[in-house]
Design a protein around this ligand. Sequence first.
Ligand code: PDD
Length: 262
Amino acid sequence: MDRGFLFGDGVYEVFPVYNGLILGLESHLKRLQDGLDAIDIVNPYNKKKWISIINDLISYHQESSNQAIYLQVSRGCDDDRKHTHGKLKPTVYMQSTPFQSSTKGDLLKGSAAITRDDIRWSQCNIKATSLLANIMYAQEAKKHDVEEVILIRDGIVTECSSSNLFLVTNNCIFTHPKGPYILPGITREVVINCAKYCDIEVKEVTFNKDSLMDADEVWISSSTREIVPITCIDDKPINNGKVGEIWSLIYDRYQAIKSINV
Ligand code: PDD
């Protein structure tokens, strides 16, 4: 009778752990809190307790140098399957999965993507466990043997099925502004900070598909994929199919941050 199972009534987080240290822990816990507030679930744990149980889970898997920690908080179990709910005890589920980051050599080969209409609801900023549209896109990416599906809402490029999107034109990085149409990715935030560190301008503004196709560089970002250059969209090469130099600078800075951790 868990409403997470019956309705997808819950929120989740995924964060990367490198050599036992969590990248962006505070930001992930903040986004979790924002999601719980948005759907009116009382956070079952305070920050100290979260950090303690997450670290316990990490310590059980010391054999994996990199772990992806998945955690889900659902509204909890009810005595009946009805859409409305009263005050329930939230259910917490967590798992650790080993993961391997792609090497720079692999990423330099480039990756492909396809574009589709963004049919998702307009509260994509909530990291909700109900991911039906996202998994349909992911399956389509798999069917077309591409890395991602790039989503376009009313002519505006928003993000991807499970990652944020960046483009580079004239040495300036562009990404969709935060708001109801994208997930405020933690890796997106880290990328923006890396760009600031490298003195590269970032504009959080909207752009259309023409700008995407004409870009010098396109990348996607997520906690488990890090930063992946996209060199072909809808079977058309981006920048003659070459991986760009700005990606390389940001990628290197990201790798440095991983090893010092934040
Ligand atoms: N997905 N946009 C969407 C729709 C996502 O599902 C994700 C992450 C991101 C990137 O967010 P972050 O940088 O915080 O990982 C953007 C995770 C990895 C998942 O669903 O497994």
